[in-house]
Design a protein around this ligand. Structure first.
Ligand SMILES: *[C@@H]1O[C@H](CO)[C@@H](O)[C@H](O)[C@H]1NC(C)=O
Ligand SMILES: *[C@@H]1O[C@H](CO)[C@@H](O)[C@H](O)[C@H]1NC(C)=O
Ligand SMILES: *[C@@H]1O[C@H](CO)[C@@H](O)[C@H](O)[C@H]1NC(C)=O
Ligand SMILES: *[C@@H]1O[C@H](CO)[C@@H](O)[C@H](O)[C@H]1NC(C)=O
Ligand SMILES: *[C@@H]1O[C@H](CO)[C@@H](O)[C@H](O)[C@H]1NC(C)=O
Length: 342
Protein backbone atom coordinates (compact mmCIF):
# COMPACT_ATOMS: atom_id res chain seq x y z
CA UNK A 1 0.00 0.00 0.00
CA UNK A 2 2.81 2.37 0.97
CA UNK A 3 4.50 1.56 -2.31
CA UNK A 4 1.38 2.46 -4.22
CA UNK A 5 1.25 5.78 -2.47
CA UNK A 6 4.88 6.39 -3.32
CA UNK A 7 4.30 5.59 -6.97
CA UNK A 8 1.27 7.80 -7.01
CA UNK A 9 3.24 10.57 -5.39
CA UNK A 10 6.10 10.22 -7.85
CA UNK A 11 3.69 10.21 -10.77
CA UNK A 12 2.08 13.33 -9.41
CA UNK A 13 5.40 15.10 -8.96
CA UNK A 14 6.46 14.39 -12.50
CA UNK A 15 3.04 15.34 -13.82
CA UNK A 16 2.93 18.53 -11.82
CA UNK A 17 6.46 19.49 -12.81
CA UNK A 18 5.74 19.06 -16.49
CA UNK A 19 2.58 21.14 -16.34
CA UNK A 20 4.34 23.81 -14.27
CA UNK A 21 7.07 24.05 -16.77
CA UNK A 22 4.59 24.30 -19.58
CA UNK A 23 2.54 27.00 -17.86
CA UNK A 24 5.61 28.97 -16.92
CA UNK A 25 6.87 28.75 -20.44
CA UNK A 26 3.52 29.94 -21.76
CA UNK A 27 3.59 32.84 -19.36
CA UNK A 28 7.07 33.98 -20.30
CA UNK A 29 6.45 33.32 -23.95
CA UNK A 30 3.29 35.39 -24.00
CA UNK A 31 5.24 38.13 -22.28
CA UNK A 32 7.96 38.04 -24.86
CA UNK A 33 5.31 37.72 -27.53
CA UNK A 34 3.42 40.81 -26.50
CA UNK A 35 6.54 42.94 -26.26
CA UNK A 36 7.69 41.71 -29.64
CA UNK A 37 4.47 42.97 -31.17
CA UNK A 38 4.69 46.42 -29.69
CA UNK A 39 8.43 46.67 -29.99
CA UNK A 40 9.42 49.52 -32.24
CA UNK A 41 12.95 50.24 -31.30
CA UNK A 42 15.66 47.60 -31.44
CA UNK A 43 17.17 48.45 -28.11
CA UNK A 44 14.08 47.60 -26.10
CA UNK A 45 14.92 44.67 -23.84
CA UNK A 46 12.43 41.83 -23.58
CA UNK A 47 10.18 42.30 -20.59
CA UNK A 48 10.05 39.65 -17.92
CA UNK A 49 6.77 39.01 -16.13
CA UNK A 50 6.06 41.69 -13.55
CA UNK A 51 5.71 40.83 -9.87
CA UNK A 52 1.99 41.31 -10.26
CA UNK A 53 1.84 38.75 -13.06
CA UNK A 54 4.04 36.32 -11.17
CA UNK A 55 1.90 36.64 -8.03
CA UNK A 56 -1.25 35.98 -10.05
CA UNK A 57 0.37 32.93 -11.60
CA UNK A 58 1.62 31.73 -8.20
CA UNK A 59 -1.90 31.82 -6.82
CA UNK A 60 -2.75 28.67 -8.77
CA UNK A 61 0.76 27.28 -8.75
CA UNK A 62 1.39 27.20 -5.00
CA UNK A 63 -2.09 26.51 -3.70
CA UNK A 64 -2.63 27.06 0.00
CA UNK A 65 -5.56 25.87 2.06
CA UNK A 66 -5.90 27.96 5.24
CA UNK A 67 -7.21 26.55 8.52
CA UNK A 68 -7.97 29.23 11.07
CA UNK A 69 -8.41 27.93 14.60
CA UNK A 70 -11.25 29.75 16.32
CA UNK A 71 -14.39 29.33 18.45
CA UNK A 72 -18.08 30.34 18.16
CA UNK A 73 -17.58 33.33 20.47
CA UNK A 74 -15.32 34.92 17.81
CA UNK A 75 -17.41 34.15 14.73
CA UNK A 76 -18.91 37.63 14.40
CA UNK A 77 -15.74 39.48 15.32
CA UNK A 78 -12.29 38.14 14.43
CA UNK A 79 -13.57 35.49 12.06
CA UNK A 80 -15.34 38.11 9.96
CA UNK A 81 -12.23 40.25 9.99
CA UNK A 82 -10.03 37.38 8.81
CA UNK A 83 -12.53 36.42 6.12
CA UNK A 84 -12.67 39.93 4.72
CA UNK A 85 -8.95 40.68 4.91
CA UNK A 86 -6.13 38.20 4.43
CA UNK A 87 -8.35 35.10 4.42
CA UNK A 88 -9.82 36.01 1.04
CA UNK A 89 -6.40 35.45 -0.53
CA UNK A 90 -6.24 31.79 0.54
CA UNK A 91 -7.11 29.28 -2.16
CA UNK A 92 -9.50 27.78 0.39
CA UNK A 93 -10.39 29.12 3.83
CA UNK A 94 -11.81 26.98 6.64
CA UNK A 95 -12.54 28.12 10.18
CA UNK A 96 -12.01 25.37 12.72
CA UNK A 97 -14.69 25.75 15.34
CA UNK A 98 -17.21 23.83 17.43
CA UNK A 99 -20.18 25.33 15.65
CA UNK A 100 -20.90 25.17 11.96
CA UNK A 101 -21.55 28.36 10.00
CA UNK A 102 -21.97 27.88 6.28
CA UNK A 103 -21.85 31.52 5.39
CA UNK A 104 -18.54 32.05 7.19
CA UNK A 105 -17.08 28.69 6.21
CA UNK A 106 -16.78 27.48 9.81
CA UNK A 107 -16.91 23.77 10.56
CA UNK A 108 -17.72 21.94 13.77
CA UNK A 109 -14.93 19.46 14.48
CA UNK A 110 -16.88 17.98 17.38
CA UNK A 111 -14.47 18.86 20.17
CA UNK A 112 -15.82 20.90 23.12
CA UNK A 113 -14.35 24.40 23.47
CA UNK A 114 -11.61 24.48 26.06
CA UNK A 115 -8.16 25.96 26.05
CA UNK A 116 -6.83 22.49 26.74
CA UNK A 117 -8.54 21.06 23.68
CA UNK A 118 -6.83 23.10 20.97
CA UNK A 119 -4.55 20.23 20.03
CA UNK A 120 -7.50 17.82 19.75
CA UNK A 121 -9.36 20.33 17.60
CA UNK A 122 -6.37 20.72 15.33
CA UNK A 123 -6.01 16.98 14.91
CA UNK A 124 -9.66 16.72 13.88
CA UNK A 125 -9.18 19.60 11.46
CA UNK A 126 -6.16 17.95 9.88
CA UNK A 127 -8.15 14.71 9.50
CA UNK A 128 -11.04 16.58 7.91
CA UNK A 129 -8.81 18.46 5.51
CA UNK A 130 -6.92 15.29 4.57
CA UNK A 131 -10.14 13.41 3.81
CA UNK A 132 -11.67 16.19 1.76
CA UNK A 133 -8.95 18.33 0.23
CA UNK A 134 -5.55 16.61 0.35
CA UNK A 135 -5.20 16.37 -3.42
CA UNK A 136 -6.59 19.81 -4.25
CA UNK A 137 -3.97 21.95 -2.51
CA UNK A 138 -0.21 21.96 -2.12
CA UNK A 139 0.30 23.47 1.31
CA UNK A 140 -1.88 23.61 4.42
CA UNK A 141 -1.60 26.63 6.66
CA UNK A 142 -2.69 26.72 10.28
CA UNK A 143 -3.26 30.17 11.76
CA UNK A 144 -5.04 31.56 14.78
CA UNK A 145 -7.93 34.00 14.56
CA UNK A 146 -5.57 36.77 15.69
CA UNK A 147 -2.94 36.09 13.02
CA UNK A 148 -2.54 38.20 9.87
CA UNK A 149 -0.88 36.46 6.92
CA UNK A 150 0.48 37.99 3.73
CA UNK A 151 -0.48 35.14 1.42
CA UNK A 152 1.51 36.46 -1.55
CA UNK A 153 4.72 36.42 0.47
CA UNK A 154 3.91 32.98 1.82
CA UNK A 155 3.58 31.60 -1.72
CA UNK A 156 6.78 33.37 -2.74
CA UNK A 157 8.67 31.70 0.14
CA UNK A 158 7.14 28.27 -0.54
CA UNK A 159 7.53 28.24 -4.32
CA UNK A 160 11.03 26.63 -4.49
CA UNK A 161 9.95 23.63 -2.41
CA UNK A 162 8.15 20.57 -3.62
CA UNK A 163 4.94 19.98 -1.61
CA UNK A 164 5.56 16.25 -2.04
CA UNK A 165 8.51 16.57 0.36
CA UNK A 166 7.97 15.98 4.09
CA UNK A 167 8.45 19.57 5.18
CA UNK A 168 6.91 22.39 7.16
CA UNK A 169 7.65 26.03 7.96
CA UNK A 170 6.86 28.62 10.60
CA UNK A 171 8.57 30.42 13.45
CA UNK A 172 10.75 27.71 14.94
CA UNK A 173 10.87 27.19 18.70
CA UNK A 174 13.20 24.90 20.63
CA UNK A 175 11.96 22.40 23.13
CA UNK A 176 12.85 19.09 24.78
CA UNK A 177 12.75 17.15 21.51
CA UNK A 178 15.51 17.98 19.03
CA UNK A 179 13.66 19.39 16.06
CA UNK A 180 11.52 21.75 18.10
CA UNK A 181 8.23 22.98 16.70
CA UNK A 182 6.64 25.95 14.98
CA UNK A 183 4.79 28.62 16.94
CA UNK A 184 1.04 28.16 16.57
CA UNK A 185 0.29 31.87 16.76
CA UNK A 186 2.69 32.88 14.00
CA UNK A 187 1.05 30.17 11.91
CA UNK A 188 2.71 27.14 10.37
CA UNK A 189 2.40 25.64 6.94
CA UNK A 190 2.74 21.93 6.22
CA UNK A 191 3.29 20.29 2.86
CA UNK A 192 0.84 17.87 1.28
CA UNK A 193 3.20 15.02 2.16
CA UNK A 194 3.35 16.18 5.78
CA UNK A 195 -0.46 16.16 5.93
CA UNK A 196 -0.51 12.66 4.45
CA UNK A 197 2.10 11.38 6.91
CA UNK A 198 0.22 12.79 9.89
CA UNK A 199 -2.96 11.05 8.82
CA UNK A 200 -1.50 7.74 7.68
CA UNK A 201 1.21 7.19 10.26
CA UNK A 202 0.87 9.58 13.20
CA UNK A 203 -2.77 9.94 14.21
CA UNK A 204 -3.22 6.16 14.46
CA UNK A 205 -0.10 5.76 16.59
CA UNK A 206 -0.22 6.81 20.24
CA UNK A 207 3.53 6.54 20.59
CA UNK A 208 4.29 8.89 17.67
CA UNK A 209 1.41 11.17 18.35
CA UNK A 210 -0.18 10.77 21.79
CA UNK A 211 -3.60 12.18 22.57
CA UNK A 212 -3.40 14.65 25.45
CA UNK A 213 -4.34 18.20 26.37
CA UNK A 214 -0.93 19.81 25.97
CA UNK A 215 -0.23 22.79 23.76
CA UNK A 216 -1.36 22.46 20.17
CA UNK A 217 1.74 23.68 18.35
CA UNK A 218 4.22 21.69 20.40
CA UNK A 219 2.19 18.48 20.10
CA UNK A 220 1.71 18.80 16.35
CA UNK A 221 5.46 19.50 16.09
CA UNK A 222 6.13 16.31 18.06
CA UNK A 223 3.90 14.23 15.77
CA UNK A 224 5.49 15.77 12.66
CA UNK A 225 9.01 15.02 13.87
CA UNK A 226 8.07 11.41 14.61
CA UNK A 227 6.86 10.79 11.07
CA UNK A 228 9.95 12.34 9.51
CA UNK A 229 8.60 15.76 8.60
CA UNK A 230 11.50 18.23 8.59
CA UNK A 231 11.29 21.68 10.20
CA UNK A 232 12.40 24.12 7.50
CA UNK A 233 14.03 27.51 7.89
CA UNK A 234 11.75 30.29 6.74
CA UNK A 235 13.95 33.27 7.63
CA UNK A 236 15.00 35.68 4.89
CA UNK A 237 18.52 36.09 3.44
CA UNK A 238 19.50 38.29 6.36
CA UNK A 239 18.26 35.88 8.98
CA UNK A 240 15.22 37.96 9.77
CA UNK A 241 12.06 36.20 10.82
CA UNK A 242 9.22 36.12 8.36
CA UNK A 243 6.73 34.42 10.70
CA UNK A 244 6.33 36.64 13.76
CA UNK A 245 5.08 34.91 16.92
CA UNK A 246 4.39 38.26 18.60
CA UNK A 247 2.82 41.52 17.57
CA UNK A 248 4.81 43.91 15.40
CA UNK A 249 4.85 46.31 18.33
CA UNK A 250 6.95 43.82 20.31
CA UNK A 251 8.99 42.47 17.39
CA UNK A 252 10.17 45.88 16.15
CA UNK A 253 12.70 47.35 15.86
CA UNK A 254 14.78 44.64 17.56
CA UNK A 255 14.07 41.11 18.65
CA UNK A 256 12.76 41.45 22.24
CA UNK A 257 15.23 40.41 24.92
CA UNK A 258 12.86 40.93 27.84
CA UNK A 259 10.33 38.42 26.67
CA UNK A 260 9.80 34.63 26.92
CA UNK A 261 10.13 34.47 23.15
CA UNK A 262 13.86 35.08 23.48
CA UNK A 263 14.34 31.86 25.39
CA UNK A 264 12.09 29.82 23.15
CA UNK A 265 13.23 30.84 19.70
CA UNK A 266 15.42 28.32 17.86
CA UNK A 267 17.75 30.53 15.84
CA UNK A 268 19.90 33.28 17.26
CA UNK A 269 17.81 36.40 16.80
CA UNK A 270 19.23 39.10 14.55
CA UNK A 271 19.30 42.55 16.00
CA UNK A 272 17.27 44.38 13.44
CA UNK A 273 14.01 42.63 12.81
CA UNK A 274 11.41 43.46 10.20
CA UNK A 275 11.84 41.44 7.01
CA UNK A 276 10.77 43.10 3.78
CA UNK A 277 9.39 39.70 2.74
CA UNK A 278 7.56 39.14 6.04
CA UNK A 279 4.73 36.62 6.09
CA UNK A 280 2.79 36.62 9.34
CA UNK A 281 2.02 38.66 12.46
CA UNK A 282 0.46 37.42 15.66
CA UNK A 283 -1.63 39.09 18.37
CA UNK A 284 -3.49 41.20 15.85
CA UNK A 285 -6.26 43.12 17.57
CA UNK A 286 -9.72 43.36 16.04
CA UNK A 287 -9.29 46.88 14.73
CA UNK A 288 -5.83 46.12 13.37
CA UNK A 289 -6.98 43.78 10.60
CA UNK A 290 -8.18 46.75 8.56
CA UNK A 291 -5.06 48.64 9.51
CA UNK A 292 -2.79 45.93 8.09
CA UNK A 293 -5.01 45.67 5.05
CA UNK A 294 -4.76 49.39 4.44
CA UNK A 295 -1.02 49.68 5.02
CA UNK A 296 -0.20 46.63 2.92
CA UNK A 297 -2.66 46.78 0.04
CA UNK A 298 -3.89 50.32 -0.39
CA UNK A 299 -1.40 52.86 0.89
CA UNK A 300 1.20 53.89 -1.68
CA UNK A 301 4.25 55.95 -0.91
CA UNK A 302 5.02 58.25 -3.81
CA UNK A 303 8.45 57.53 -5.24
CA UNK A 304 9.28 54.37 -3.31
CA UNK A 305 11.85 52.67 -5.51
CA UNK A 306 11.15 48.95 -5.26
CA UNK A 307 13.11 46.76 -7.57
CA UNK A 308 11.32 44.07 -9.48
CA UNK A 309 11.88 40.58 -8.08
CA UNK A 310 11.69 37.30 -9.94
CA UNK A 311 10.80 33.91 -8.55
CA UNK A 312 13.63 31.89 -7.05
CA UNK A 313 14.28 28.68 -8.97
CA UNK A 314 12.40 25.59 -7.92
CA UNK A 315 14.71 23.05 -6.27
CA UNK A 316 15.56 19.88 -8.14
CA UNK A 317 14.96 16.54 -6.43
CA UNK A 318 18.61 16.22 -5.39
CA UNK A 319 18.80 19.80 -4.10
CA UNK A 320 15.59 19.22 -2.22
CA UNK A 321 17.04 16.14 -0.56
CA UNK A 322 20.19 18.00 0.44
CA UNK A 323 18.18 20.84 1.86
CA UNK A 324 15.98 18.54 3.92
CA UNK A 325 19.05 16.67 5.09
CA UNK A 326 20.68 19.88 6.21
CA UNK A 327 17.61 21.19 8.00
CA UNK A 328 16.96 17.88 9.74
CA UNK A 329 20.40 18.10 11.38
CA UNK A 330 20.32 21.73 12.37
CA UNK A 331 20.89 22.57 16.03
CA UNK A 332 19.57 25.59 17.84
CA UNK A 333 21.85 28.62 17.48
CA UNK A 334 20.10 30.69 20.13
CA UNK A 335 22.81 31.48 22.72
CA UNK A 336 20.28 32.42 25.38
CA UNK A 337 20.32 29.83 28.19
CA UNK A 338 17.78 27.11 27.80
CA UNK A 339 15.66 26.83 30.93
CA UNK A 340 14.23 23.38 30.73
CA UNK A 341 10.53 23.48 31.32
CA UNK A 342 7.55 21.52 30.17
C1 LIG B 1 -6.87 29.74 -11.06
O1 LIG B 1 -7.57 28.54 -11.28
C2 LIG B 1 -8.98 28.69 -11.28
C3 LIG B 1 -9.60 27.30 -11.34
O2 LIG B 1 -8.96 26.51 -12.28
C4 LIG B 1 -9.38 29.58 -12.42
O3 LIG B 1 -10.77 29.77 -12.41
C5 LIG B 1 -8.69 30.94 -12.24
O4 LIG B 1 -8.98 31.75 -13.34
C6 LIG B 1 -7.20 30.78 -12.10
N1 LIG B 1 -6.63 32.04 -11.73
C7 LIG B 1 -5.56 32.54 -12.32
C8 LIG B 1 -5.10 33.87 -11.85
O5 LIG B 1 -4.92 31.95 -13.16
C1 LIG C 1 -1.16 3.22 10.99
O1 LIG C 1 -1.57 3.06 9.65
C2 LIG C 1 -0.52 2.69 8.78
C3 LIG C 1 -1.03 2.76 7.36
O2 LIG C 1 -2.29 2.16 7.26
C4 LIG C 1 0.02 1.33 9.16
O3 LIG C 1 1.08 0.98 8.31
C5 LIG C 1 0.50 1.40 10.59
O4 LIG C 1 0.92 0.11 11.02
C6 LIG C 1 -0.59 1.90 11.51
N1 LIG C 1 -0.02 2.09 12.82
C7 LIG C 1 -0.55 1.59 13.91
C8 LIG C 1 0.17 1.83 15.20
O5 LIG C 1 -1.59 0.95 13.89
C1 LIG D 1 -7.29 16.19 29.67
O1 LIG D 1 -8.08 15.34 28.88
C2 LIG D 1 -8.67 14.27 29.60
C3 LIG D 1 -9.39 13.42 28.59
O2 LIG D 1 -8.57 13.03 27.56
C4 LIG D 1 -9.58 14.80 30.66
O3 LIG D 1 -10.12 13.73 31.40
C5 LIG D 1 -8.80 15.72 31.56
O4 LIG D 1 -9.68 16.29 32.50
C6 LIG D 1 -8.14 16.80 30.77
N1 LIG D 1 -7.29 17.60 31.61
C7 LIG D 1 -7.38 18.92 31.65
C8 LIG D 1 -6.39 19.61 32.52
O5 LIG D 1 -8.19 19.52 31.01
C1 LIG E 1 21.05 46.05 18.73
O1 LIG E 1 20.55 47.32 18.43
C2 LIG E 1 20.43 48.15 19.57
C3 LIG E 1 19.74 49.44 19.14
O2 LIG E 1 20.31 49.95 17.98
C4 LIG E 1 21.82 48.39 20.16
O3 LIG E 1 21.69 49.17 21.31
C5 LIG E 1 22.43 47.05 20.54
O4 LIG E 1 23.73 47.22 20.97
C6 LIG E 1 22.43 46.11 19.34
N1 LIG E 1 22.86 44.79 19.80
C7 LIG E 1 23.70 44.06 19.09
C8 LIG E 1 23.96 42.71 19.66
O5 LIG E 1 24.20 44.42 18.05
C1 LIG F 1 24.09 19.22 15.45
O1 LIG F 1 24.64 18.53 16.57
C2 LIG F 1 24.93 17.17 16.33
C3 LIG F 1 25.31 16.52 17.65
O2 LIG F 1 26.21 17.32 18.34
C4 LIG F 1 26.02 17.08 15.28
O3 LIG F 1 26.30 15.74 14.98
C5 LIG F 1 25.55 17.78 14.02
O4 LIG F 1 26.56 17.79 13.05
C6 LIG F 1 25.10 19.21 14.30
N1 LIG F 1 24.49 19.75 13.11
C7 LIG F 1 25.00 20.74 12.41
C8 LIG F 1 24.26 21.17 11.20
O5 LIG F 1 26.03 21.31 12.73
Amino acid sequence: MYRNILCLALGLIIGIRLTDFFEYFQLTESQFGSTALTELDDEATPQLPTEEELARWLYNETRVLCMVLTMPKNHQTRVRKVKHTWGKRCNKLIFISSQEDHELGAIDVGVPEDRNNLYLKMRKALEFVYKNYAEDYDWFLKADDDTFVIMENLRFMLYPYDPEAALYFGHRFRTTFPQGYMSGGAGYVISRDALRRLNLFAFNNTRFCPINNMSEDRQIGFCLQNVGVVAGDSRDEEGRDRFLPMSLKIMLPNFPTDNWIHMLTFYEPVNETGSSSGISFHYVKNHEFEMYEFLLYRLRVFGTPWSQRSLPPRLEVKQMQNQLNYWSQENSTNPYPWLRQD
